[in-house]
Design a protein around this ligand. Sequence first.
Ligand code: FMN
Length: 347
Amino acid sequence: MQMQNSFSNLILGGGDVPKRRRLLYRLAKSAPQVLVEYVKDFSRYLKFSGTLDGTPAENLLARITATYHNIEKGLSLPQPRLGFGKENLTNLILAMQKYQRLYGPTHPILSSAHEVLATYARYHESRNYPDYPCKQEIQKMLAAAPQADVQMGGTRLVQRETIMNAVAPVSEEFFMQRHSVRAFSDREVDIADIEAAVRVAQKSPVVCNRQSGAVHIIADPELIKAALDLQMGARGFSQAVNKLLVVTVDLRNFWQAGERNQGWMDGGMFAMSLIYGLHLRGLGSCCLNWSKTNSQTQAMRELVGLQPWDSIIMLIAVGHIPEEVVVPFSSRKDPLLVTRVIKNWKK
Ligand SMILES: Cc1cc2nc3c(=O)[nH]c(=O)nc-3n(C[C@H](O)[C@H](O)[C@H](O)COP(=O)(O)O)c2cc1C
């Protein structure tokens, strides 16, 4: 609201003169840079997302994943409607055929899609609904598909008890005892522990099961230093960082205007689970912001060998926690201040 007032004062001529001068100065100084960065973000998004061209392999695989997942979701509803999903089935089959024509017959994502089609067919056949949409194409695709050794798609039945057994040993303390740690012991961090944390990160909810998140582990001390020099937020503890993680998302998983920011959601959730995965292994971590311009991001890409479609979500410093460590108190707001119960939307 205050910003709106400032902006309307500037446009409409309200407010006192020194204040308007200050605003004009800030506008002239910052707005062009903000605009330039938006334009660069915009052109990168158009270049690498599937908005203009869904044909490159990764863009096509993302489409296949999103589409098979729509069918998978439909199959997991309490009572899937018989004959549902004609448009998704048609789009999925076309995209799968296109991928196979351009890039070859097999890919793990195609195996998942095949299993979804098989589950769809079985569901309808078991309910005496033989004339389900795209039946011929589905049967043709399944006849040509290699048999998967392990389940790659479809649905699975989960017992509540299984979930409760997994939840029971975890208390709120697990979350309350995660701190951003900025002092680490000399002990070497085992890459296997980070890989275990990556498995946890990969279980994060993610849009239509498109898996855009990735972790780049920097183990070389000189490269850690160079990357932290670019990041500039680890002053005073950079030398103690044992491994430095660069969390990225692949822009090729997204398309159209509505998804322009989706990578930041998926990447943020991926990073949070990664941090809990590290915490579970007893490792200390500290997120390090990547609130940077496109040219700073390009410098980091060149330094650690990222691809142009990789967007950097954040860096994470990792190390073993010393016997005692001082952490900032990092007070939180009263939960009631950030929680609103809406009982009757008309009031
Ligand atoms: C995206 C993100 C970027 C951050 N960047 C930095 C950073 O550059 N340097 C730093 O020391 N801490 C950084 N932090 C850590 C925060 O300061 C910290 O999470 C916050 O104060 C809450 O403290 P806690 O994590 O111990 O609960 C960052 C946290 C997040 C989520």
